[in-house]
Ligand binder design. Structure first.
Ligand code: UD1
Length: 430
């Protein structure tokens, strides 16, 4: 089983190119089945989740061809099955985006109940509420969510919780419903806006994405398009925090600084310097880190997907910090692993009370999920000695060439496959 072997202590220095946003690529790939014409998508990250989704799309008859590592050509005119029951698809959350896309186009879909990271109860009641409001029947049978409709008719939908997934799914189905749909209390994340822009480029009529009221006028048919996915806010944020914890100087390139505001402002608060240009951000960490408080919130608040990374930084900051997780109730599972590296963190409910320590010491730790896994890598890069991170398949779900990009910044990190390879790594780095 592959592991990351890390020798900590090197400040990360240099520039790193940020890839396309995984959480925008997934709904955009799914939405590309909504037209029979050819769609070209650029800046697709080459990560496990996008591979699984494209494989599932191929299994129902969608032509997906790679044209280089980050560009795909998709044609969905030959779909022969509206049942998506791939073994792998259950493992990724975004499988359910095919539900909204196929329901919109064919008025019927059956998709395996989604999995994804185990970070708490991940209800789908708002997706179901939205589909039903549009006139669809929705039921769960034999591990599949099934939905069908005679017609989809536009309506007003108030989301009881701000949900990225439900906003996206309902937006897709409604974009091919008859008449106008209004989604109130919609999610405002950059990837919601990116999907709306993509759908509009195929002929949809969606206004207000990025605010909490999205207005959609249904259209009958979409056409082909060529589209480039936005940069990944969370990949960028992870490298920014890698700079912070290693006392480094890292420039993230090909980013949209506006999407990173909540992350940049927390880095400033804890004592880093930030320089901003059009499409890059430089983070310099030259002083001891300060404590702060942070609460995860829907965009434009601080993202829950950056919560483990900021906790890793705050555990090295002078004084007491408090991190409150308000989106998912089970997102502190990595804290036990961090404690094994010397962190002093007490979790009470959805709050972590962190008393900063001067340093981490290397240990063997396991990734409990995607973002926490990446955060443990950051801890390893900051730690004294050697850290081994297990279960890196979680990290590979969302980070392309993570170890190679870190190596290019001066990190000592390698993938090892056996005890022998680990020993070789230890001998090599001395
Ligand atoms: C998406 C992201 C994930 C990110 C999360 C929050 C993708 C593939 N994943 O996940 O990385 O951490 O947004 O920014 O884009 N909820 C309900 N009922 C529902 C749907 C959600 O109660 O029908 C609750 C969830 O339990 C959670 C909150 O709403 O507490 C937010 O979830 P949601 O925004 O839907 O997250 P995902 O779309 O699953």
């Amino acid at each position: 089983m592959e592991q990351y072997a890390i020798k900590g202590g090197n400040p990360l220095v240099g520039e790193v190119e940020i890839g396309g946003a995984k959480n925008a690529a997934l709904p955009i790939l799914a939405a590309s089945v909504m037209t029979d014409e050819t769609v070209y998508i650029d800046n697709i990250p080459d990560v496990r989740d996008t591979k699984v989704l494209t494989k599932a799309m191929q299994n129902i008859g969608v032509m997906v061809k790679h044209d280089g590592r980050h560009r795909v050509v998709i044609n969905a005119s030959q779909i022969h099955d509206l049942v998506v029951e791939d073994d792998y698809i259950k493992k990724i959350r975004a499988s359910y985006y095919l539900l909204g896309a196929l329901l919109g186009k064919y008025k019927r879909a059956e998709v395996a109940l989604p999995g994804g990271c185990d970070i708490g109860c991940r209800a789908i009641d708002q997706h179901i509420k939205g589909f039903k409001a549009l006139g669809a029947e929705v039921w769960i049978e034999h591990g599949l969510i099934k939905t069908k409709a005679e017609r989809l008719v536009g309506c007003n939908i108030y989301m009881d919780v701000v949900s990225v997934g439900a906003t996206i799914n309902v937006m897709m189905a409604a974009s091919m419903a008859e008449g106008q749909t209004t989604i109130e209390n919609a999610a405002k994340e950059p990837h919601v806006v990116d999907l709306a822009n993509f759908l509009n480029s195929m002929g949809a009529n969606i206004k207000g994405a990025g605010t909490d009221v999205i207005r959609i006028k249904g259209v009958k048919k979409f056409h082909g398009t060529e589209y480039t996915i936005i940069p990944d806010q969370i990949e960028a944020g992870t490298f920014m925090f890698a700079a912070a914890v290693t006392k480094g100087d890292v420039t993230v390139k090909n980013v949209i600084p506006k999407h990173l505001e909540s992350i940049s402002s927390k880095l400033l608060e804890i004592g880093c310097e930030i320089e901003e240009a059009d499409d890059c951000l430089r983070v310099v960490s030259s002083k001891p880190l300060n404590h702060t408080h942070v609460k995860t919130l829907p965009y434009p608040g601080f993202p829950t997907d950056m919560q483990p990374q900021i906790t890793v930084a705050l555990a090295l900051a002078g004084g007491t910090s408090i991190v409150t997780e308000s989106i998912f109730e089970n997102r502190f599972k990595y804290v036990d692993e961090l404690t094994r590296m010397g962190a002093n963190i007490k979790v009470e409910g959805n709050t972590a009370i962190i008393n900063g320590v001067p340093r981490y010491t290397g240990a063997s730790v396991s990734s409990p999920d995607l973002r926490a896994g990446a955060a443990l890598v950051l801890a390893g890069l900051a730690a004294e000695g050697i850290t081994v991170v297990d279960d890196i398949h979680y990290i590979e779900r969302g980070y392309e060439d993570f170890h190679l990009k870190l190596q290019s910044l001066g990190a000592q990190i390698e993938i090892v496959n056996s005890e022998r390879e680990l020993q070789k790594f230890k001998l090599k780095i001395g």
